[in-house]
Design a protein around this ligand. Structure first.
Ligand SMILES: [Zn+2]
Length: 215
């Protein structure tokens, strides 16, 4: 399946994004965070386009041919490949924050278990952890980092609306969990986004351990 690029997007720019996604996906798959072809990754190309993983591919074995171009409404551009089923959650981030360049979504066991455990509260409140400082804008462990947990649905507009409602309430948002599903986080570079994802995975694992040990 070939990708035709529109005027204004060079093959160098597209392949740079594709290669960065492939590399991140390989690392995250090796950690076991993308089981059974789940998870999806994207990177902004310009103010109207992003590169995203094609639906259903093994994230540990991606190549450039598994990455496609979309517009920020989630439509395929220059290919008849099908983007990830959750593309609307990626494009929502790019439309809301012009500075965000990367969205990573994984389904690790820790993320999945934490999402179930905290689903009834609808939020995980992280406080007192040094590693909160890995999230851009956090400078002390004394701050509170709230990660909402949204109910899962296969109907993407509902999920998009839940994220919008959180943002419309004026609450900071750096990541969110979907109940029984996984996590979304984003950043201004691939390195920043991977740091967010790694820190959140670690913090969620710590919260789960605390509950296990204090039961
Ligand atoms: Zn997912």
């Amino acid at each position: 399946m070939s990708q035709v690029l529109p005027e204004g997007i060079s093959s160098d720019a597209f392949f740079a994004c594709a290669d960065a996604i492939v590399l991140a996906a390989k690392d995250l798959a090796a950690l076991g965070w993308t089981p059974a072809t789940s998870s999806n990754f994207s990177m902004r190309l310009d103010d109207a386009h992003a590169a995203i993983t094609i639906s259903g591919r093994d994230k540990g074995k991606l190549s450039r041919a598994d990455i496609m171009l979309i517009d920020l409404s989630g439509n395929a551009v220059g290919t008849d490949a099908r983007p990830s089923a959750e593309t609307a959650l990626h494009t929502q981030v790019y439309r809301y924050w012009p500075e965000m360049q990367v969205v990573l979504h994984t389904h690790s066991r820790t993320q999945s278990v934490a999402s179930r455990l905290f689903a009834t509260q609808g939020v995980i409140r992280l406080e007192g952890w040094e590693l909160q400082k890995a999230i851009t804008g956090f400078h002390t462990h004394e701050s509170v980092l709230e990660i909402p947990v949204f109910p899962n649905t296969q109907h993407m507009p509902e999920l998009v609306a839940q994220v919008d409602a959180w943002l419309d309430a004026g609450k900071p948002l750096h990541a969110y969990l979907i109940d029984g599903h996984g996590i979304y986080t984003w950043g201004r570079t691939m390195a920043e986004t991977r740091r967010h994802l790694e820190a959140l995975e670690f913090l969620l694992a710590c919260e789960l351990d605390l509950r296990r040990l204090s039961a």
